[in-house]
Design a protein around this ligand. Structure first.
Ligand code: UDP
Length: 413
């Protein structure tokens, strides 16, 4: 168990993105929470959407005066293999966990809980990996909240039973979509949509020239059309399907390029294997680029690829939210997403992007967008508005603070 220390970011920098009402709400809520100590607990400080969110939520909340901490659990390979299996099962994959795997999972949770040396008013446990910790935290927190970031709309029954074993430990459960809570049979969930930080290195404006230079450094031609998908190497993100789609599109648009960027998260042992599989599926194609953090593709580079893309894909088959969709919409890109999970609250089909269920539709929609620049521009403009109104970090922080205030104020009455 270790605490992640983050550099300060000041809420005042967000003035231009926030309404007067939101500003007032944030000020009032942080007053209510003064003196309260809150912790987020998750399983990785690198890779994937949850860590991405924390790097913004934590420092901004702290600048508001909220005493929020970030604790990351430790685990061995066996533990992370089990939790990845559990994650996949919660997203509907078949399979089961052995008694030995479950015991080890609980034991790692226990060891991490024992290492928590402070007391908190609220501890928010994120995702299934640390979900059993409250069993061993005793009175180290007054309130426990479970925040589930994954698509649990149709879970494997065994995984659901395991989650239900721990749920009574929690006062609240937060989901990104109502359907995810219903899938787990959870009554009165809290629904909070994730968000993006307009001032993070990933999303901050960069000039077209700077973005083109970055892209060109990887051998990608910024003056030719390109399809870009940014996501972990994971079957649910369907990189193999994206490659098949690109091959179809390339029959018509000979100068098309495909860029797949995927980071390796420390809590995702499957990632490496699936990365190799993706490389094999890609074969030899000088217009197909598979890049990762190991090639030096960090947040600034992702920002550049998202800005230079002709079409951004997030062709997921299951998706908790899909921050990459809002990231690309914010950059006024034409986005095509899988018609699943959290992507459906970000893209309205035919209004600010396209939603697709299968490869054929995806190919057709890319061709449509390639032939229709005004539509690409219109989707981009509408997409930007969508994110500005619904998916910025300040609204997200307001939602969390409201929830904490409702729990702590009620408790003190
Ligand atoms: N990401 C990144 N580099 C990569 C792949 C992903 O920075 O090579 C980021 C991406 O920009 C987004 C996050 O990781 O901010 C992924 O979040 P999302 O909600 O899309 O998916 P998750 O990985 O949480 O399933």
């Amino acid at each position: 168990m270790r605490e992640v220390q983050l550099n300060g970011r000041d809420i005042s920098a967000y003035e231009e993105f926030v309404s007067e009402q939101t500003k007032k709400n944030l000020r009032d809520l942080s007053k209510v929470l003064k003196g309260k100590k809150i912790a987020f607990v998750n399983s990785t400080s690198y890779g994937g959407g949850v860590a991405e969110l924390f790097y913004s939520i934590l420092p901004i909340s702290r600048s508001l005066g909220v005493d929020l901490h970030w604790l990351v659990i430790d685990g061995d390979n066996e533990f992370f293999a089990t939790t990845k299996k559990l994650h996949n099962m919660l997203q509907g994959k078949e399979g089961s966990l052995t008694a030995e795997e479950i015991n080890h999972y609980i034991d790692v949770n226990r060891r991490n809980a024992e290492e928590v040396g402070e007391n908190f008013d609220v501890i928010v446990i994120h995702d299934p990996q640390p979900m059993a910790m409250p069993l061993f935290l005793g009175n180290k927190a007054k309130h426990f909240v479970w925040r589930c970031h994954i698509d649990t709309s149709a879970p494997n029954k065994e995984a659901m039973a395991l989650v239900h074993r721990f749920l009574p430990l929690y006062e609240r459960a937060i989901f990104s979509l109502g359907a995810f809570a219903s899938g787990l049979n959870i009554k009165s969930p809290s629904i909070i949509h994730p968000s993006i930080d307009p001032l993070s290195v990933k999303n901050i404006p960069i000039s077209r020239i700077a973005a083109e230079e970055i892209v060109a450094r990887y051998g990608v031609d910024p003056h030719r059309p390109m399809i870009v998908q940014i996501s972990r190497f994971d079957p649910w993100k369907d990189p193999l399907g994206v490659i098949d789609v690109y091959r179809e599109v390339k029959k018509l648009f000979k100068d098309m390029q495909l860029v797949l960027v995927g980071s390796m998260a420390t809590d995702d042992p499957e990632g490496w294997k699936f990365y190799q599989k993706t490389l094999r599926h890609a074969g030899e194609d000088k217009d197909l680029f598979i890049l990762s953090n190991l090639d030096g593709v960090g947040s600034r580079e992702v920002n550049a690829f998202q800005r230079v893309a002709t079409v951004v894909l997030q062709k997921s088959l299951k998706e908790g939210f899909g921050l990459t969709v809002s990231e690309a919409l914010w950059k006024k890109r034409a986005v095509i997403g899988g018609n699943v999970g959290g992507i459906t609250v970000q893209i309205q089909h035919g209004v600010n992007g396209y939603l697709v269920r299968e490869n054929r539709e995806c190919v057709e929609d890319i061709i449509d967008l390639m032939n229709n620049e005004p539509r690409r521009v219109e989707f981009g403009e509408k997409g930007f508005e969508t994110v500005a109104n619904k998916f910025l970090i300040t609204r997200h922080i307001e939602d969390y603070l409201k929830l904490f205030a409702s729990m702590l104020v009620k408790a003190s009455v």
